[in-house]
Ligand binder design. Structure first.
Ligand SMILES: *Cc1c(COP(=O)(O)O)cnc(C)c1O
Length: 418
């Protein structure tokens, strides 16, 4: 008699119910957090598979455990598809997530105390680009660059000046809250001038890059890191792509430098996501994500909102609420009650504190994955305007939550049970 192996709903009704609750929440709300998305059913299936059972420290053909006949093929598919998708020379699919992927770049190229440069967190950079509370700001000499006072765009003159002065080992080019196109070639020129490695972190925009809706850093940057779960629509994970010359350094940094066994279920789901991202539908998705962000920005501008840099080139919009007399936190919490999920965020040169800043960060990857378009963007900008005008009007907020739910019914999200 085999041991009984009950389904989740029977084994653990509490967790089963919470998963159902989260699915329902994701179905009935407008998810505007720009780092979030809906993974497809195929990605979720691969991610929830028995591949989680297997240990496979090492790389394809060079493992420290036996029984890799299947796992090697899974990793090979993930690597070859990503090479094809991005045109990369070398790909490592093992980093557990975006933050450890970035740590691998440090471990490959820096010694403790070395100077490094990245966009400061309050200007839209990521913690792992040297911010002081991160290990990357504590173990390296971080020299953050900022945005121009004038137009709130990356100030390349400042990047060059700081790079010449501090001779960083790594210059990071990549953002978590920046609404404009990144000029990888300009960063390359600065890195070359000072002998730095150029690391592009495309965590947010990987899907746009894959779909041709943002320029690619491949062939320009020495190393490109990305998460796989944001605009790329894969499982939670990360990949590192690099020039062949750095393949050994990067691979050794990931394993055995930072990690043990790779998450093979995630590797499989990354392979599925890469396959999906090579389809014409995904190209359309990337194009539409940017078009929707533009439409949403136009709708907000028409309603008198102030947007950082005046608009967007990518999937993301940073609203400066200062002129609307409401803080980011109050707006985000009211919008959340209205079924519109956003996050409060600092704006450049924000006079307010990070736990209650002046801005709201929104983006279109998830709502575009549901098939929403220009007409829905118009409705969403009107709702945001109404809520920001009266964040404590409970009747209004409840009415919008019902309207949001009604709209969402017409746009079933990938991966969610119907
Ligand atoms: C999201 C993000 C990361 C980190 O990803 P995690 O998977 O949350 O560790 C790294 N860099 C940038 C630019 C990001 O936006």
């Amino acid at each position: 008699m085999p041991t009984r192996d009950p389904a989740l709903a029977e084994r653990d009704p509490e967790i089963a119910r919470l998963i159902r609750d989260e699915a329902a929440l994701e179905a009935r709300t407008l998810r505007l957090i720009p780092s979030e998305n809906y993974a497809s059913r195929a990605v979720l299936e691969a991610s929830g598979s028995v591949l989680t059972n297997k240990y496979s420290e090492g790389y394809i053909g060079k493992r420290y455990y036996e029984g890799q006949v299947v796992i090697d093929q899974v990793e090979e598919l993930a690597v070859s598809r990503l090479k094809q998708l991005f045109g990369a020379e070398h790909v490592n699919v093992q980093p557990y997530s975006g933050s450890p992927a970035n740590l691998a770049a440090y471990l490959a190229f820096c010694a403790p105390g070395d100077p490094i440069m990245g966009l400061g967190l309050p200007f839209g950079g990521h913690l792992t680009h040297g911010w002081n509370v991160s290990i990357t700001g504590r173990y390296f000499k971080s020299v953050p660059y900022g945005l121009s006072q004038k137009d709130h765009r990356i100030d390349l003159d400042e990047v060059r000046r700081l790079a010449r002065e501090h001779k960083p080992k790594i210059i990071w080019c990549g953002t978590s809250a920046y609404p404009r196109t990144l000029d990888f070639a300009a960063f390359r020129a600065i890195a070359d001038e000072v002998g730095a490695k150029l690391c592009a972190d495309i965590a947010h925009i990987a899907g746009l890059v894959a779909g041709g809706a943002h320029p690619s850093p491949i062939g320009i940057a020495d190393v490109v890191t990305t998460t796989t779960h944001k605009s790329l629509r894969g499982p939670r994970g990360a990949v590192i792509m690099c020039k062949q010359a750095f393949a050994k350094d990067i691979d050794r940094a990931v394993f055995p430098g930072l990690q043990g066994g790779p998450h093979n279920h995630t590797t499989a789901a990354i392979a599925v996501a890469a396959k999906e991202a090579m389809t014409p539908e995904f190209k359309t998705y990337a194009t539409n994500t940017v078009a929707n962000a533009r439409a949403l920005a136009e709708g907000l501008l028409a309603r008198g909102f102030n947007l950082v840099t005046g608009g967007t080139d990518n999937h993301l919009i940073l609203i400066d609420l200062t002129s609307r007399g409401v803080t980011g936190k109050i707006a985000a919490k009211a919008l959340d009650r209205a079924g519109i999920s956003t996050n409060y965020n600092a704006v450049p040169y924000d006079p307010r504190k990070p736990f209650d800043p002046s801005g709201l960060r929104i983006g279109t990857p998830a709502i575009t994955a549901r098939g929403m378009g220009a007409s829905e963007m118009g409705k969403i900008s009107a709702w945001i305007d109404e809520v920001v005008k009266a964040p404590s009007d409970d009747a209004l907020v409840a009415r919008i939550a019902r309207d949001v739910e009604e709209l969402c019914k017409g746009f079933p999200a990938p991966g969610l049970p119907m």
